[in-house]
Design a protein. Structure first.
Length: 209
């Protein structure tokens, strides 16, 4: 094996060149912007301002076995696929009186409450309306073959109000409804006129940029 000995001057020049190259690369990496930051992912941007989510209707329905459920029809009127929504639910009897319901009767530790927050995963395409049979099952001790739940009355729901709290899109962006808390304060645990309940839907949410 042949080995060529380099002079001291050559070694010094090579060292300076390497140090300079490393400095340039480090400066370039520090000043370059990432392709998409976490903040950018959280921003909701669309191709136009005509973007909305709509609860077309929510009504009490029954399965073939007589079990009650809340059936909702929803439309994604945006140019992005919706992958998840959070929405609050309130129940009322035929006279508009608020009901404390056993919303999650499958959980023995749950308690009756005026409101319930649902987190739903879905795949709702742009301009798509979801209207499949089914919805949120309601506890009814008179019709269901379930054990009695302490302090839970037979289901008397005649109306239900839904309100969007948050919408997640396939690109990772999230839209949060700034009016959710006001809505909850206005309707939770309070008697509502039947006319208001009957005219609540369609409920449209403008998705701002």
């Amino acid at each position: 094996m042949l080995y060529k000995k380099f002079s001291f001057l050559t070694i010094c020049m090579a060292t300076i060149l390497v140090i300079g190259l490393i400095s340039v690369l480090a400066w370039s990496a520090e000043t370059s912007e990432p392709s998409q930051s976490n903040q950018e992912k959280s921003q909701v941007t669309f191709t136009d301002n005509n973007q909305s989510f709509i609860f077309e209707n929510v009504e009490l329905s029954y399965y073939d076995n007589g079990h009650p459920y809340l059936h909702d029809i929803k439309t994604n009127n945006t140019d992005k696929t919706i992958t998840g929504i959070q929405y609050g639910m309130l129940g009322y009897d035929a006279s508009g009186k608020p009901l404390k319901l056993q919303w999650n009767f499958l959980d023995s530790s749950s308690e009756s409450t005026y409101e319930y927050l649902v987190k739903e995963e879905l795949d709702l395409l742009p301009q798509q309306t979801y209207n499949a049979t089914g919805g949120w099952s309601l506890y009814d001790s008179e019709k269901m073959d379930w054990p009695e739940i302490e302090n839970a009355q037979p289901n008397n729901v005649a109306y239900a109000l839904y309100q969007i709290k948050e919408i997640s899109f396939e690109d990772g962006s999230v839209w949060k409804n700034s009016e959710y808390s006001n809505w909850l304060e206005t309707y939770k645990g309070k008697t509502v006129e039947v006319l208001v309940l009957e005219s609540f839907y369609p409920s449209k949410y403008k998705i701002m940029q």
